[in-house]
Design a protein around this ligand. Structure first.
Ligand code: TXA
Ligand code: MG
Length: 338
């Protein structure tokens, strides 16, 4: 058990946190997507402690966070044209670019690949912390491996007290799901994991976009390019039943029939358009079907709250895979996969 320091986002505390990280420690920090569990990306031992704290498989590489685009050349071999274009438009922000790595990035970070994922977060607290660290900071989401990523400091503390050296408690995360991971090593950007930056937003900047096969479905026969996509992920303790349909009426009917087959400790996570149809059952609204960003913002939060309240079944209304809806459904499908 570690003696975890609880810190806030004052300059004093961010400086304390940065010093802990510079001395080889593990520090959890808030970002606009989800909380990250950081360590010095150039220190093998520090990075190994991330995998230990999360119980994460060693073949799943970590994202490296920096505060300033001018530093990227220290860590990657070359910044491709598409990477330059995407960075200019969407950094700082919820986007991770995969590029050929330099040797200074620990092989433990890249899980033996010759590439590394780089992200400049939008959150000012995150960037201030990274600036004070003045190091590349490897950071996966700050959850126990397989669980939903934490989007509030309370959810971080639930998972990680005693497992890391410090936790910076900041705001709730605005985006609520992880960054878009884009392979930017070639001429065409390839989305390996959907997130806050949508395929259209990538296409607008680069003229084209490809989506890796691993993004849809959970057990595609092909090896996903983003190793993390092959694991069961984002799952609350409760069983998740994901309900999709051709129309709102169809979805409502299907959810009603799932309710009939479920036990007492069931909750329906649904939209404001459907919620009035579900009587005599606990419900939680994730927002409007027309605003998939509200679903993104609440999905992981809702999963964790359902666990805290002891539900054993979650019936989850599916939404269209448009815009950030693609990322929401990617997480929902993985959470529902047995
Ligand atoms: O929003 C985020 O991205 C958050 C915050 C903390 O920045 N971080 C995050 O990290 O979600 P993590 O480790 O939970 O997810 C990293 C994803 C995994 O699916 C991993 O397989 C993929 O990125 N990845 C990392 N490096 C890669 C590489 N070199 N090639 C392909 N995929 C990579
Ligand atoms: Mg994660």
């Amino acid at each position: 058990m570690k003696d975890t320091k609880i810190l806030n986002t004052t300059i004093d505390d961010l400086t304390k946190a940065a010093n802990i990280l510079k001395n080889g420690g593990t520090v959890i920090f808030p970002t606009e997507t989800v909380y990250g569990l950081g360590a010095n990306a150039m220190d093998d031992n520090a990075v190994k402690n991330i995998f230990l704290a999360k119980g994460r498989p060693g073949d799943n590489p970590l994202i490296v966070h920096i505060d300033d685009f001018r530093k990227i050349g220290n860590y990657v071999e070359s910044v491709t044209d598409i990477a330059k274009k995407l960075a200019a438009r969407y950094w700082p922000g919820p986007m991770t670019l995969i590029l050929k790595k330099k040797k200074c990035i620990s092989d433990v970070v890249s899980a033996g690949l010759d590439t590394v994922g780089i992200r400049i977060p939008e959150s000012t607290e995150a960037r201030e912390f990274l600036r004070l660290c003045n190091l590349p900071v490897a950071a996966p989401s700050a959850n126990i491996s397989g669980k939903p990523s934490p989007t509030t400091s309370k959810h971080v503390i639930d998972d990680m007290m005693g497992r890391v050296d410090a936790i910076i408690c900041g705001k709730d995360c605005e985006v609520g799901i992880e960054s878009t991971v884009i392979d930017a090593t070639g001429d065409v950007p390839v989305i390996l994991r959907p997130g806050g930056i949508t395929p259209n937003m990538v296409k607008v900047v680069c003229g084209n976009v490809a989506i890796d096969k691993g993004v849809d479905g959970v057990d595609s026969a092909s090896k996903p390019k983003s190793p993390g996509m092959k694991y069961k992920h984002y799952a609350p303790n409760a069983e998740v039943i994901l309900v999709e349909g051709n129309s709102i009426e169809d979805i409502v009917e299907k959810i009603k029939s799932e309710i009939k087959n479920s036990g007492e400790k069931t909750i329906v996570l649904c939209s404001e358009e459907t919620i009035s149809n579900f009587k005599n059952i606990d419900t939680m609204c994730l927002g409007s079907r027309n605003k998939p960003e509200t679903f993104a913002n609440k999905l992981f939060y809702a999963f964790r709250e359902c666990d805290i309240k002891g539900y054993d079944t979650i019936i989850l209304e599916g939404i269209e895979k448009e815009g950030i809806g693609l990322a929401v459904m990617n997480r929902a499908t993985r959470a529902a996969h047995k």
